[in-house]
Design a protein around this ligand. Structure first.
Ligand SMILES: *Cc1c(COP(=O)(O)O)cnc(C)c1O
Length: 400
């Protein structure tokens, strides 16, 4: 039967081959996935991996990236979310109910704490804070359901006693979730700490950082080894309509090939900067887990190795410098750009007032304003020059 041109344009007779061999996997973009017949429709099992029923539940493109992320991190199953924070929230909303208790480190990624405080106010979930360097401060009650871990901690980069904390959580039958963004699955294997196959239950990863590597894509993942946990997460993921763009997934997939090379390069550059920063008199403290002077260094040393310390280094300025001085310093940097996030090609800087960020007392942190450097892919000597110049500029009278 001859069809109208408009119809032919939609139901085009020419179909591209569905499988050829390419360097990158093919990209599927789908809301609708077409069922072959009613049998396929009524026999779909959307809660099973690799069952294709609707775009939000996954396509070959999202499953491919998920499998790769799970493998890099030492896990088995993966779910993707539209941002790292959304992946964190998926874990919180899946495992926390009214009356439960959740434990977070004092140096937890800030927006996770904000989300949990919101749950506390609205749903009566108790949020308890522990010192990541002192397992004794983690004192779960019978209501405790979830322990959040992060290694190294956000902004101040203390490496926690992961092994001690996980053992204690397991003894109390509490789920452990690690924000694995800093280690990216490369610095250590969170699903096998070597010792009696000690493992976290869940990892969350801001793919926005190292896996994307471009500073231009937002995405997150939740990885487990346990089928039951994965199914619970899968259901929550599905009923909340959490999904990611196939185009974004393909971009992250493409960047995975260079992730380890970038991670190593940025780790080494950060080490070079850390050593130089320690020699400058303007700073009373340089924070980097590979530095033996840093709190938690021994824990880093037990499970990570040189070149596996990510591209972050923070400094605390001498208390004689005012906040105005620190702003002056940040504004004078030219290669380091002022912005949140990390893991991209461009080095970033951010300034913080620690006093507003911590609940507990931390004797290992000196007084003064904190600046965090996120090392990009520039040559480290140029980055050192940039900081050197900005320090000189900071010390000049403002109107010069
Ligand atoms: C950036 C980041 C997140 C959140 O990722 P987004 O994709 O920006 O939402 C979570 N945890 C850590 C440690 C991060 O650095």
């Amino acid at each position: 039967m001859k069809k109208n041109a408009q119809t032919t344009l939609i139901h085009a007779p020419r179909k591209a081959p569905q499988s050829i061999s390419t360097v990158q996997p093919p990209l599927f973009r789908a809301s609708t996935i077409i069922f072959e017949n009613t049998d396929a429709l009524f026999n779909r099992h959307w809660t099973d991996a690799y069952d294709y029923s609707y775009g939000t539940h996954g396509t070959p493109t999202t499953f491919t990236l998920g499998d790769n992320i799970a493998q890099i991190e030492g896990g088995e199953y993966c779910l993707l979310a539209p941002s790292g924070l959304s992946a964190i929230n998926l874990v919180n909303s899946c495992f926390l109910s009214q009356g439960d208790e959740v434990w977070v480190a004092d140096n937890i990624y800030g927006p996770n704490m904000e989300h949990l405080r919101n749950l506390e106010t609205r749903y009566g979930i108790a949020v308890k804070v522990y010192n990541p360097l002192e397992v004794e401060t983690f004192t779960p009650s019978k209501k405790a359901k979830l322990l959040w871990l992060e290694a190294a901690g956000s902004v101040t980069l203390e490496f926690p006693d992961l092994v001690g904390l996980i053992k204690k959580a397991q003894a109390h039958h509490i789920l452990t979730a690690l924000d694995n963004t800093w280690g990216a699955g490369l610095a250590f294997n969170a699903f096998d700490f070597g010792e009696e196959h000690l493992s976290v239950d869940i990892t969350v990863h801001a793919l926005t950082k190292y896996p994307s590597g471009g500073g231009d894509i937002l995405m997150g993942s939740v990885v487990t080894r346990d089928k039951t946990l994965h199914h619970k997460l899968f259901r929550t993921h599905a009923i909340q309509g959490i999904s990611v763009s196939g185009d974004d997934v393909a971009q992250v997939q493409r960047s995975l090939a260079s992730m380890q090379l970038r991670y190593q390069h940025q780790s080494e550059s950060a080490l070079t900067l850390m050593k130089w920063l320690k020699q400058q008199t303007e700073f009373v403290q340089v924070l980097h887990p590979a530095d033996p002077d840093c709190a938690g260094h021994q824990y880093w040393n037990e499970i990570c190795s040189e070149g596996h310390s990510a591209g972050l280094v923070s400094v605390i300025f001498d208390a004689k410098f005012s906040f105005e001085d620190i702003r002056h310093f940040c504004d004078a940097l030219t290669l380091f750009k002022l912005g949140f996030s990390w893991g991209g090609p461009v080095s970033l800087v951010m300034l913080y007032n620690l006093k507003d960020m911590r609940v507990l007392e931390h004797s290992h942190l000196k007084d003064g304003f904190l600046v965090r450097f996120c090392i990009g892919l520039e040559h480290p000597q140029d980055l050192i020059q940039d900081i050197h110049y900005a320090l000189e500029h900071m010390k000049k009278p403002k109107n010069e």
